[in-house]
Design a binder for this molecule. Sequence first.
Ligand code: G4P
Length: 538
Amino acid sequence: MDELETQLRRRLTFAIISHPDSGKTTITEKLLLFGGAINIAGAVKGSKQSRSSVSDFMAIEKERGISISTSVMGFEYRGRKVNLLDTPGHADFSEDTYRGLSAVDSALLVIDSVKGVEERTRRLCEVCRMRHTPIATFMNKLDREGKDPMELMDETERELRIGVRPVTWPIGQGRNFKGVYNLVERKLHLFFPGEIQRPIDIVTINDLADPLLDEKVGPSLAHRLREEVALLSGVYPAFTVEEYLAGTATPVFFGSALNNFGVRELLDTLTDIAPHPTPKKGEERMVDPGEERFSGFIFKIHANMNPRHRDRVAFLRVCSGSFERNKTYFHVRSGKPFRTGNPTAFMAQDSEIISEAWPGDIVGIHDTGTFKIGDTITEGETLNFKGIPSFSPQIFRSILNADPLKEKQYHKGLNQLAEEGVVQIFSKPHHPNLRVLGVVGQLQLEVLQYRMEHEYTAKCVYKPIDFTIAHWITSEDQKALRDFLDDNSKRILVDIRGTHIFMSDSDWFFERVKGNNPKIRFYGTSEMVEDRDSAFMA
Ligand code: G4P
């Protein structure tokens, strides 16, 4: 096996997806502890949902500006190089999370067993489903009285539209939580609150009829486990790695991250089954990670929060070949050469200049305005990776320059911040100066205003517009599309790629229009549009 093959087989690049407060930060911390990347608990800072004001957000970002490494955490575990991507915890910044998912090969879904499947989880899983990203599931907080495990499985399968395959099964819950039974390994893992698990707490029970089970967990819970396991085998097919890799079924583990229970088993399983770097889809062709020639794409741009230093960090996901320091590459969008002297790799708490990176790795590149989210870098080939979608915003405002003397700064700031993905910008066809902003959360609007003022000395004001729902539109029938655009001209916007968007103000109205226009295709994300060759450009 050559070096490239060896390196890429070692890589495991994943993100944790969850609704805020499910335990993502706690799990991340335990994973880093196991990986030897940090020594003490409490070292990983979460960005809590409760922090909801702009100043709080800016404070978080400032911290990150200094210790930007928290965005990607690399560590070694059982012979694999694990790259764990942090996805912002704040509900308002979900779009960044969605984009991060384009840079990983699998995801770990964390569900709070008390609350069950929550709103953000649903949307994140939709994104994974769109790309067939393999998902492993951890049902957290079993040390609390939560939903019935059967009900949780049912809810997950129904709401996330993915097959669920229990790998471990809980014994009791809350104060009665005694541990989990591993259905594959036929081992009982006993739970002792707050303690690190010792080898003697793991008991092999090949046959559930074994009286040892009653001895270990008590007759009543033993009886219940026997009943439930019998029921489970009738309801759920046995877990197979193939189904997991295809993204059609998720292995489910139960535990308590806070008590460090079940997390190591989870990590062990992930290192055994999680995919190494997978082929990535380019507009021109599929790119295999084992190809000798380097390729990669930018999935995130992070501003340096110090306004005196306008440089930014662009996050590059290596897709094929090896990336080398000081080598000259090709920036596809501009058609220009590009070279970096200080590519950065991220370890748990540090970042370091590296000389090479392999498929699956995330490299930080200092950027002075060259890159846009979605840009591809190659050794010369013209290639454009797909999968950096724009998501349908939920809040729209028209934006105006509030200080005519700062017209230049206003446009520069707006364009740069849109490139960074802070907001999406749309315009009206034939009225390029009329700009409409689209955001997923209200906070993004406030952050934009704050950053325009502090980084670009520009002032902007927002005006409400009547629309709340956006759909990207295409049609195979160009005439039908033109007619539709003419008939609905007041409701049409254009995104930065020139694709048309149809705006509506209620689901009811949208469904009616959709029903009346069978030749028009409506999409909730720009990615779906890109999958259609027939997208009509303005
Ligand atoms: P997040 O990153 O997904 O937002 O969640 P985070 O890990 O910050 O966890 C949210 C809250 O849930 C935290 O409590 C955390 O301690 C708690 N938690 C995580 N895992 C478990 C678990 O297995 N069992 C129980 N009972 N609680 C768990 P907090 O009070 O909000 O914060 P803190 O003061 O404990 O840091």
